[in-house]
Design a protein around this ligand. Sequence first.
Ligand code: PLP
Length: 400
Amino acid sequence: MPFLSDTLARVSPSPTVAVSQKAMELKAAGQDVIGLGAGEPDFDTPDNIKAAAIAAIEAGKTKYTAVDGIPEVKQAICAKFKRENGLDYTPSQVAVSTGGKQVLYNALMATLNPGDEVIIPAPYWVSYPDMVRLGGGEPVIVETTIDNGFRLTPEALEAAITPNTKWFIFNSPSNPTGAGYGHNQLKALTDVLMRHPHVWVMTDDMYEHLAYDGFQFCTPAQVEPGLYDRTLTVNGVSKSYAMTGWRIGYAAGPEHLIAAMRKLQSQSTTNPCSISQWATVEALNGPQEFLAERNEAFRKRRDLVVAGLNACEGITCAVPEGAFYVYPSIAGCIGKTSAGGTLIDTDEAFATALLEEHGVAVVFGAAFGLSPYFRVSYATSDEVLADACRRIQAFCAGLS
Ligand SMILES: Cc1ncc(COP(=O)(O)O)c(C=O)c1O
Protein backbone atom coordinates (compact mmCIF):
# COMPACT_ATOMS: atom_id res chain seq x y z
CA MET A 1 0.00 0.00 0.00
CA PRO A 2 1.61 3.33 -1.00
CA PHE A 3 1.99 5.81 1.85
CA LEU A 4 1.31 8.96 -0.19
CA SER A 5 -2.09 9.64 -1.71
CA ASP A 6 -2.92 9.46 -5.41
CA THR A 7 -4.30 12.99 -5.04
CA LEU A 8 -0.87 14.33 -4.15
CA ALA A 9 0.59 12.75 -7.28
CA ARG A 10 -1.69 14.96 -9.37
CA VAL A 11 0.04 18.08 -8.07
CA SER A 12 3.42 19.21 -9.38
CA PRO A 13 5.95 20.81 -7.06
CA SER A 14 6.03 24.59 -7.40
CA PRO A 15 8.49 25.57 -10.15
CA THR A 16 9.00 28.91 -8.40
CA VAL A 17 10.52 27.16 -5.39
CA ALA A 18 13.70 26.26 -7.30
CA VAL A 19 14.37 29.94 -8.09
CA SER A 20 13.78 31.17 -4.54
CA GLN A 21 15.83 28.28 -3.17
CA LYS A 22 18.72 29.23 -5.43
CA ALA A 23 18.41 32.92 -4.47
CA MET A 24 18.52 32.01 -0.77
CA GLU A 25 21.60 29.84 -1.30
CA LEU A 26 23.42 32.66 -3.09
CA LYS A 27 22.45 35.15 -0.39
CA ALA A 28 23.63 32.77 2.33
CA ALA A 29 26.93 32.47 0.48
CA GLY A 30 27.33 36.25 0.81
CA GLN A 31 26.30 37.27 -2.73
CA ASP A 32 24.44 40.50 -3.36
CA VAL A 33 21.07 39.25 -4.62
CA ILE A 34 18.04 41.37 -5.57
CA GLY A 35 14.73 39.54 -5.21
CA LEU A 36 12.02 40.55 -7.67
CA GLY A 37 9.91 37.48 -6.99
CA ALA A 38 7.70 38.56 -4.09
CA GLY A 39 3.95 38.50 -4.61
CA GLU A 40 3.14 41.04 -1.94
CA PRO A 41 3.22 44.82 -1.45
CA ASP A 42 6.30 46.12 0.35
CA PHE A 43 4.07 48.67 2.17
CA ASP A 44 2.96 48.05 5.74
CA THR A 45 -0.63 47.39 6.83
CA PRO A 46 -2.21 50.83 7.57
CA ASP A 47 -2.21 51.87 11.24
CA ASN A 48 -5.99 52.14 11.59
CA ILE A 49 -6.28 48.47 10.57
CA LYS A 50 -3.60 47.41 13.03
CA ALA A 51 -5.36 49.40 15.78
CA ALA A 52 -8.64 47.61 15.06
CA ALA A 53 -6.87 44.27 15.48
CA ILE A 54 -5.28 45.36 18.77
CA ALA A 55 -8.67 46.57 20.01
CA ALA A 56 -10.19 43.19 19.04
CA ILE A 57 -7.55 41.36 21.07
CA GLU A 58 -8.09 43.63 24.07
CA ALA A 59 -11.85 43.17 23.86
CA GLY A 60 -11.37 39.39 24.00
CA LYS A 61 -12.53 38.72 20.44
CA THR A 62 -10.16 35.81 20.38
CA LYS A 63 -12.52 32.84 20.23
CA TYR A 64 -13.97 30.67 17.46
CA THR A 65 -16.36 32.55 15.22
CA ALA A 66 -19.05 31.52 12.77
CA VAL A 67 -17.37 29.26 10.19
CA ASP A 68 -17.55 31.61 7.22
CA GLY A 69 -17.29 34.94 8.99
CA ILE A 70 -18.69 37.18 11.74
CA PRO A 71 -21.85 39.16 10.82
CA GLU A 72 -19.88 42.44 10.99
CA VAL A 73 -17.35 41.39 8.35
CA LYS A 74 -20.06 39.97 6.11
CA GLN A 75 -21.94 43.29 6.35
CA ALA A 76 -18.76 45.19 5.47
CA ILE A 77 -18.22 42.90 2.47
CA CYS A 78 -21.82 43.36 1.24
CA ALA A 79 -21.38 47.13 1.56
CA LYS A 80 -18.08 46.97 -0.37
CA PHE A 81 -19.66 45.01 -3.23
CA LYS A 82 -22.54 47.50 -3.42
CA ARG A 83 -20.36 50.62 -3.14
CA GLU A 84 -17.50 49.61 -5.43
CA ASN A 85 -19.00 47.08 -7.84
CA GLY A 86 -22.73 47.86 -7.87
CA LEU A 87 -23.44 44.25 -6.81
CA ASP A 88 -26.21 43.32 -4.37
CA TYR A 89 -25.38 40.45 -2.04
CA THR A 90 -26.85 39.44 1.31
CA PRO A 91 -24.68 38.04 4.15
CA SER A 92 -25.87 34.49 3.39
CA GLN A 93 -24.27 34.85 -0.06
CA VAL A 94 -20.86 35.72 1.43
CA ALA A 95 -18.03 33.46 2.59
CA VAL A 96 -14.88 34.54 4.42
CA SER A 97 -11.84 32.27 4.46
CA THR A 98 -8.15 32.10 5.33
CA GLY A 99 -6.92 34.08 2.33
CA GLY A 100 -8.22 34.34 -1.20
CA LYS A 101 -6.42 31.07 -1.77
CA GLN A 102 -8.71 29.14 0.56
CA VAL A 103 -11.78 30.73 -1.04
CA LEU A 104 -10.71 29.50 -4.48
CA TYR A 105 -9.71 26.11 -3.08
CA ASN A 106 -13.02 25.65 -1.27
CA ALA A 107 -15.01 26.58 -4.37
CA LEU A 108 -13.13 24.15 -6.60
CA MET A 109 -13.13 21.28 -4.07
CA ALA A 110 -16.82 21.78 -3.39
CA THR A 111 -17.83 21.61 -7.06
CA LEU A 112 -15.40 19.55 -9.16
CA ASN A 113 -16.05 15.96 -10.19
CA PRO A 114 -13.76 13.74 -12.29
CA GLY A 115 -13.77 14.88 -15.90
CA ASP A 116 -14.94 18.42 -15.15
CA GLU A 117 -12.97 20.96 -17.15
CA VAL A 118 -11.84 24.37 -15.91
CA ILE A 119 -10.77 26.99 -18.44
CA ILE A 120 -7.69 28.94 -17.30
CA PRO A 121 -6.15 31.65 -19.49
CA ALA A 122 -2.33 31.53 -19.58
CA PRO A 123 -0.19 32.98 -18.22
CA TYR A 124 -2.01 32.17 -14.98
CA TRP A 125 -1.51 32.44 -11.25
CA VAL A 126 0.45 29.28 -10.44
CA SER A 127 -2.08 27.75 -8.05
CA TYR A 128 -5.12 27.52 -10.37
CA PRO A 129 -4.16 24.41 -12.39
CA ASP A 130 -2.89 22.50 -9.35
CA MET A 131 -6.01 23.29 -7.34
CA VAL A 132 -8.14 22.04 -10.24
CA ARG A 133 -6.11 18.81 -10.40
CA LEU A 134 -6.38 18.37 -6.63
CA GLY A 135 -10.15 18.56 -7.04
CA GLY A 136 -10.04 15.86 -9.68
CA GLY A 137 -10.80 18.25 -12.55
CA GLU A 138 -8.95 18.95 -15.79
CA PRO A 139 -7.33 22.34 -16.32
CA VAL A 140 -7.90 23.57 -19.89
CA ILE A 141 -5.16 26.10 -20.54
CA VAL A 142 -5.84 28.75 -23.18
CA GLU A 143 -2.83 30.85 -24.12
CA THR A 144 -2.93 34.60 -24.64
CA THR A 145 -0.33 36.67 -26.48
CA ILE A 146 1.64 39.80 -25.69
CA ASP A 147 0.14 41.36 -28.86
CA ASN A 148 -3.32 41.06 -27.31
CA GLY A 149 -2.04 42.58 -24.06
CA PHE A 150 -2.25 39.07 -22.54
CA ARG A 151 -6.05 39.25 -22.73
CA LEU A 152 -8.11 36.23 -23.70
CA THR A 153 -10.04 36.72 -26.93
CA PRO A 154 -13.74 35.81 -27.11
CA GLU A 155 -12.93 33.42 -29.99
CA ALA A 156 -10.37 31.54 -27.87
CA LEU A 157 -12.82 31.32 -24.96
CA GLU A 158 -15.62 30.05 -27.22
CA ALA A 159 -13.31 27.41 -28.74
CA ALA A 160 -12.26 26.12 -25.31
CA ILE A 161 -15.80 25.51 -24.02
CA THR A 162 -17.06 21.92 -24.15
CA PRO A 163 -20.06 20.17 -22.56
CA ASN A 164 -17.66 19.26 -19.69
CA THR A 165 -16.67 22.85 -18.88
CA LYS A 166 -17.63 23.63 -15.30
CA TRP A 167 -15.73 26.84 -14.56
CA PHE A 168 -14.02 29.67 -16.35
CA ILE A 169 -11.39 31.28 -14.09
CA PHE A 170 -10.95 34.98 -14.78
CA ASN A 171 -8.30 37.22 -13.18
CA SER A 172 -8.07 40.96 -13.86
CA PRO A 173 -5.75 42.74 -13.19
CA SER A 174 -3.69 39.62 -13.61
CA ASN A 175 -0.94 37.92 -11.74
CA PRO A 176 1.57 37.50 -13.50
CA THR A 177 1.03 40.03 -16.34
CA GLY A 178 -0.76 42.95 -14.68
CA ALA A 179 -3.16 42.95 -17.65
CA GLY A 180 -6.61 44.33 -16.94
CA TYR A 181 -9.81 43.96 -18.97
CA GLY A 182 -11.77 47.13 -19.69
CA HIS A 183 -15.57 47.05 -19.82
CA ASN A 184 -15.83 46.28 -23.54
CA GLN A 185 -13.12 43.63 -23.44
CA LEU A 186 -14.86 41.89 -20.54
CA LYS A 187 -18.30 42.27 -22.16
CA ALA A 188 -17.01 40.41 -25.21
CA LEU A 189 -16.17 37.48 -22.92
CA THR A 190 -19.41 37.60 -20.94
CA ASP A 191 -21.34 37.59 -24.24
CA VAL A 192 -19.69 34.24 -25.01
CA LEU A 193 -20.52 32.94 -21.53
CA MET A 194 -24.18 33.94 -21.95
CA ARG A 195 -24.37 31.48 -24.85
CA HIS A 196 -23.15 28.63 -22.60
CA PRO A 197 -25.41 28.50 -19.54
CA HIS A 198 -23.66 25.48 -18.02
CA VAL A 199 -20.36 27.37 -17.51
CA TRP A 200 -19.76 29.02 -14.12
CA VAL A 201 -17.48 32.03 -13.65
CA MET A 202 -14.88 32.26 -10.90
CA THR A 203 -13.56 35.79 -10.99
CA ASP A 204 -10.43 36.48 -8.96
CA ASP A 205 -10.50 40.22 -8.28
CA MET A 206 -7.62 40.28 -5.78
CA TYR A 207 -5.86 43.14 -7.59
CA GLU A 208 -8.98 45.30 -8.05
CA HIS A 209 -7.55 48.36 -6.30
CA LEU A 210 -4.11 48.20 -7.88
CA ALA A 211 -4.83 49.88 -11.21
CA TYR A 212 -3.18 52.82 -12.95
CA ASP A 213 -3.65 55.53 -15.59
CA GLY A 214 -7.37 55.76 -14.89
CA PHE A 215 -8.04 52.10 -15.67
CA GLN A 216 -11.64 51.35 -14.67
CA PHE A 217 -11.87 48.00 -12.94
CA CYS A 218 -14.94 45.89 -13.69
CA THR A 219 -16.06 42.40 -12.71
CA PRO A 220 -18.16 39.89 -14.71
CA ALA A 221 -21.43 39.97 -12.71
CA GLN A 222 -21.39 43.77 -12.91
CA VAL A 223 -20.75 43.87 -16.66
CA GLU A 224 -23.32 41.13 -17.36
CA PRO A 225 -26.02 40.82 -14.67
CA GLY A 226 -27.25 37.72 -16.54
CA LEU A 227 -24.24 35.88 -15.08
CA TYR A 228 -25.05 36.77 -11.45
CA ASP A 229 -26.55 33.35 -10.67
CA ARG A 230 -23.46 31.46 -11.83
CA THR A 231 -20.64 33.75 -10.78
CA LEU A 232 -18.42 33.52 -7.71
CA THR A 233 -16.85 36.93 -7.16
CA VAL A 234 -13.62 36.45 -5.20
CA ASN A 235 -11.68 39.21 -3.51
CA GLY A 236 -9.60 39.82 -0.40
CA VAL A 237 -7.61 42.26 1.64
CA SER A 238 -4.15 40.72 1.06
CA LYS A 239 -2.96 42.87 -1.84
CA SER A 240 -5.05 46.06 -1.70
CA TYR A 241 -4.65 46.61 2.02
CA ALA A 242 -1.13 45.15 2.36
CA MET A 243 -2.47 42.38 4.61
CA THR A 244 -0.95 39.23 3.09
CA GLY A 245 -0.03 37.81 6.50
CA TRP A 246 -3.47 38.36 8.03
CA ARG A 247 -4.97 35.67 5.76
CA ILE A 248 -8.41 37.00 4.87
CA GLY A 249 -10.12 36.42 1.54
CA TYR A 250 -13.81 36.46 0.72
CA ALA A 251 -16.30 35.69 -2.00
CA ALA A 252 -19.92 36.29 -2.88
CA GLY A 253 -22.14 34.14 -5.02
CA PRO A 254 -25.24 31.94 -5.09
CA GLU A 255 -26.30 30.77 -1.63
CA HIS A 256 -26.12 27.06 -2.45
CA LEU A 257 -22.48 27.39 -3.57
CA ILE A 258 -21.57 29.43 -0.48
CA ALA A 259 -23.24 26.78 1.72
CA ALA A 260 -21.18 24.04 0.02
CA MET A 261 -17.97 26.01 0.58
CA ARG A 262 -18.93 26.56 4.23
CA LYS A 263 -19.51 22.83 4.71
CA LEU A 264 -16.01 22.06 3.41
CA GLN A 265 -14.38 24.79 5.50
CA SER A 266 -16.18 23.57 8.64
CA GLN A 267 -14.24 20.31 8.33
CA SER A 268 -10.84 21.87 7.57
CA THR A 269 -9.87 25.21 9.13
CA THR A 270 -13.21 26.25 10.71
CA ASN A 271 -13.25 30.07 10.81
CA PRO A 272 -10.59 32.47 9.56
CA CYS A 273 -8.64 34.23 12.34
CA SER A 274 -11.08 36.19 14.55
CA ILE A 275 -8.66 39.12 14.98
CA SER A 276 -8.01 39.37 11.24
CA GLN A 277 -11.75 39.46 10.62
CA TRP A 278 -12.07 42.53 12.87
CA ALA A 279 -9.12 44.12 11.10
CA THR A 280 -10.91 43.47 7.80
CA VAL A 281 -14.05 45.24 9.04
CA GLU A 282 -11.87 48.33 9.55
CA ALA A 283 -10.04 47.86 6.23
CA LEU A 284 -13.31 47.79 4.28
CA ASN A 285 -15.29 50.37 6.28
CA GLY A 286 -12.40 52.71 7.16
CA PRO A 287 -10.60 55.41 5.15
CA GLN A 288 -9.62 54.40 1.61
CA GLU A 289 -7.50 57.44 0.65
CA PHE A 290 -4.18 55.65 1.17
CA LEU A 291 -5.00 53.37 -1.79
CA ALA A 292 -4.58 56.24 -4.27
CA GLU A 293 -1.32 57.36 -2.63
CA ARG A 294 0.16 53.88 -2.80
CA ASN A 295 -1.05 53.43 -6.37
CA GLU A 296 0.85 56.53 -7.39
CA ALA A 297 4.04 54.98 -5.98
CA PHE A 298 3.31 51.69 -7.77
CA ARG A 299 2.61 53.47 -11.06
CA LYS A 300 5.96 55.27 -10.92
CA ARG A 301 7.72 52.00 -10.23
CA ARG A 302 5.89 50.30 -13.08
CA ASP A 303 6.99 53.04 -15.48
CA LEU A 304 10.58 52.84 -14.22
CA VAL A 305 10.68 49.06 -14.67
CA VAL A 306 8.97 49.02 -18.09
CA ALA A 307 11.40 51.65 -19.41
CA GLY A 308 14.39 49.86 -17.84
CA LEU A 309 13.39 46.52 -19.35
CA ASN A 310 12.61 47.90 -22.79
CA ALA A 311 16.14 49.35 -22.79
CA CYS A 312 17.50 45.76 -22.63
CA GLU A 313 18.51 44.16 -25.88
CA GLY A 314 16.21 41.23 -26.70
CA ILE A 315 13.50 42.16 -24.17
CA THR A 316 10.04 43.58 -24.96
CA CYS A 317 7.87 44.73 -22.07
CA ALA A 318 4.21 45.76 -22.35
CA VAL A 319 2.74 48.44 -20.07
CA PRO A 320 0.18 46.67 -17.86
CA GLU A 321 -2.98 48.20 -16.42
CA GLY A 322 -2.57 47.03 -12.85
CA ALA A 323 -1.24 44.72 -10.09
CA PHE A 324 2.50 45.07 -9.34
CA TYR A 325 3.93 42.78 -11.98
CA VAL A 326 5.29 43.06 -15.49
CA TYR A 327 5.79 40.11 -17.81
CA PRO A 328 8.48 40.90 -20.37
CA SER A 329 9.15 38.74 -23.41
CA ILE A 330 12.68 37.42 -23.88
CA ALA A 331 12.04 36.10 -27.41
CA GLY A 332 15.00 38.20 -28.59
CA CYS A 333 17.36 36.46 -26.15
CA ILE A 334 16.50 32.85 -26.97
CA GLY A 335 19.32 30.95 -28.69
CA LYS A 336 22.03 33.28 -27.38
CA THR A 337 24.74 32.44 -24.86
CA SER A 338 25.36 34.43 -21.68
CA ALA A 339 28.75 35.92 -20.79
CA GLY A 340 29.04 33.12 -18.20
CA GLY A 341 28.58 30.49 -20.93
CA THR A 342 24.94 29.43 -20.41
CA LEU A 343 22.87 28.71 -23.51
CA ILE A 344 19.61 30.65 -23.15
CA ASP A 345 17.30 28.07 -24.69
CA THR A 346 14.39 28.55 -22.25
CA ASP A 347 13.10 31.24 -19.93
CA GLU A 348 14.20 29.03 -17.03
CA ALA A 349 17.79 29.09 -18.36
CA PHE A 350 17.51 32.90 -18.67
CA ALA A 351 16.32 33.30 -15.07
CA THR A 352 18.97 30.93 -13.70
CA ALA A 353 21.83 32.62 -15.57
CA LEU A 354 20.56 36.10 -14.61
CA LEU A 355 20.55 35.06 -10.96
CA GLU A 356 23.93 33.35 -11.04
CA GLU A 357 25.75 35.97 -13.10
CA HIS A 358 24.10 39.25 -12.01
CA GLY A 359 22.27 38.39 -8.78
CA VAL A 360 18.69 39.23 -9.86
CA ALA A 361 15.97 36.74 -8.91
CA VAL A 362 12.91 36.70 -11.20
CA VAL A 363 10.36 33.96 -11.88
CA PHE A 364 10.56 32.34 -15.32
CA GLY A 365 7.49 32.26 -17.55
CA ALA A 366 7.10 28.48 -17.79
CA ALA A 367 5.98 28.57 -14.13
CA PHE A 368 2.96 30.60 -15.26
CA GLY A 369 2.25 28.55 -18.38
CA LEU A 370 3.52 30.94 -21.07
CA SER A 371 7.07 31.13 -22.45
CA PRO A 372 9.49 32.74 -23.20
CA TYR A 373 8.85 35.40 -20.56
CA PHE A 374 9.68 36.20 -16.97
CA ARG A 375 7.78 37.90 -14.19
CA VAL A 376 9.08 40.89 -12.29
CA SER A 377 7.37 42.01 -9.10
CA TYR A 378 8.01 45.74 -8.73
CA ALA A 379 6.74 45.90 -5.14
CA THR A 380 10.10 47.19 -3.93
CA SER A 381 11.91 50.54 -3.72
CA ASP A 382 12.84 52.72 -6.73
CA GLU A 383 16.54 52.35 -5.88
CA VAL A 384 16.38 48.56 -5.84
CA LEU A 385 14.39 48.54 -9.09
CA ALA A 386 16.85 50.87 -10.82
CA ASP A 387 19.75 48.67 -9.69
CA ALA A 388 17.91 45.53 -10.90
CA CYS A 389 17.25 47.11 -14.31
CA ARG A 390 20.93 48.05 -14.67
CA ARG A 391 21.92 44.48 -13.90
CA ILE A 392 19.41 43.00 -16.37
CA GLN A 393 20.67 45.45 -19.03
CA ALA A 394 24.26 44.34 -18.34
CA PHE A 395 23.20 40.68 -18.54
CA CYS A 396 21.44 41.19 -21.88
CA ALA A 397 24.34 43.24 -23.26
CA GLY A 398 26.58 40.25 -22.49
CA LEU A 399 24.50 37.80 -24.55
CA SER A 400 26.02 36.74 -27.84
C1 PLP B 1 -4.22 36.15 -8.53
C2 PLP B 1 -4.15 35.77 -7.10
N1 PLP B 1 -5.22 35.20 -6.53
C3 PLP B 1 -5.22 34.83 -5.25
C4 PLP B 1 -4.10 35.01 -4.46
C5 PLP B 1 -4.15 34.54 -3.03
O1 PLP B 1 -4.25 35.56 -2.14
P1 PLP B 1 -4.24 35.33 -0.57
O2 PLP B 1 -2.88 35.73 -0.09
O3 PLP B 1 -5.33 36.20 -0.03
O4 PLP B 1 -4.51 33.89 -0.30
C6 PLP B 1 -2.96 35.58 -5.00
C7 PLP B 1 -1.73 35.73 -4.20
O5 PLP B 1 -0.64 35.76 -4.68
C8 PLP B 1 -2.98 35.98 -6.36
O6 PLP B 1 -1.91 36.54 -6.93
